[in-house]
Design a protein around this ligand. Structure first.
Ligand code: MEV
Length: 320
């Protein structure tokens, strides 16, 4: 018997950082996924392998340790934490495929966590629903990262393009914007915890300045919600650019991100902004009809990937 689950990556369109202070955000699942297959093995220890990431490791699930046979550890801690929530330590083989580039800001860790948990519940024949799964996955992210909003794990579980309201309700848009976005990323990773702390420090230092900026980001997100509902692409793009200016003002932009933002605008993006925590990481460019052009120019100097929003959240099944 083999249990299989997959979950999508995500990208934030509006409201990063402001969401930490209760403002709304807009983010969506993308058509790039993590897939986890689990089956029984006759070895003494459990095995984790991933052709896509070029790694193989033996896992001691009782001690939550591993012996790396090949590649970089990266994502292993999310899998070990997920195992400790669900698994009974019997030896299993876990095979991970990932078509989400690590470091692209597309939420690979959340996708891997959600897919691993769903595959494990499925493997053990335990009943679960998506709400429960999203909560468990968020707990795993908190344990590994120390800091994490439930945004990534919720989107990876439920899929869709969503508005996260001030009272933390998730409202799915019918419109998926039907045009591909381009994500540009450098290999200089941003550190989410560090960036969230730096915004907090600035906010404590200049509350009268930072509080209205954070509130305005919330207003931009609300305007963007209307622009999506009315499929007003130009308005949406303008709002992305406004959001970018404010993210820059709170210190989470970098030279590299700025360069990608302006290059993408020069080559046809009508809106572009950093996405996620900043301080490195990635940008999102909205370039209806100009995706190939923007993709090519961003790939020339950095890395780029074309993505679409996707309705599909976590999927799972068992092969007998
Ligand atoms: C990081 O992807 C988004 C932030 O808003 C932090 C969070 O929501 O946990 C910067």
């Amino acid at each position: 018997m083999e249990s299989i689950a997959s979950a999508p990556g995500k990208t934030i369109l509006f409201g990063e950082h402001a969401v930490v202070y209760g403002e709304p955000a807009i983010a969506g699942a993308v058509n790039r996924r993590a897939t986890v297959k689990i089956k029984k093995t006759n070895n003494d220890l459990s095995i984790l392998k991933s052709k896509d990431l070029g790694f193989e490791a033996e896992l001691d699930t009782k001690k939550k340790t591993y012996i790396l046979k090949k590649g970089k550890p990266g994502i292993i801690r999310y899998i070990l934490e997920s195992l400790s929530k669900v698994h009974n330590h019997s030896p299993i083989e876990i095979d991970l495929s990932l078509d989400i580039p690590i470091g692209s800001g597309l939420g690979s860790s959340a996708a891997v966590t959600v897919a691993t948990l769903a595959a494990l519940y499925q493997y053990h024949g335990k009943k679960f629903n998506k709400k429960f799964l999203a909560k468990q996955a968020h707990q795993v992210e908190l344990k590994v990262q120390g800091i994490a909003s439930p945004l990534d794990t919720s989107i990876s579980t439920f899929g869709g393009l969503v508005y996260l309201s001030r009272d933390k309700r998730i409202i799915k848009f019918k419109n998926l914007l039907n045009s591909s976005f381009v994500i540009g990323y450098t290999m200089k990773y941003g550190n989410t915890g560090k960036m969230v702390k730096s915004v907090k420090a600035l906010k404590n230092k200049y509350p009268k300045i930072l509080n209205p900026i954070i509130k305005t980001i919330g207003e931009i997100t609300d305007e963007a919600k209307l622009a999506i509902v009315h499929n007003d692409k130009n308005r949406l793009a303008e709002l992305m650019n406004l959001n970018q200016g404010l993210l820059d003002s709170i210190g989470v932009n970098t030279n590299e991100l700025s360069r990608m933002i302006y290059i993408s605008r020069k080559y046809g993006a009508i809106g572009s902004k950093l996405t996620g925590a900043g301080g490195g990481g990635s940008i999102i460019a909205f370039c209806p009809g100009k995706e190939n052009q923007v993709f090519r120019i961003l790939s020339k100097y950095d890395n780029a990937i074309k993505v679409n929003f996707s309705r599909e959240g976590v999927l799972y099944r068992t092969n007998k």
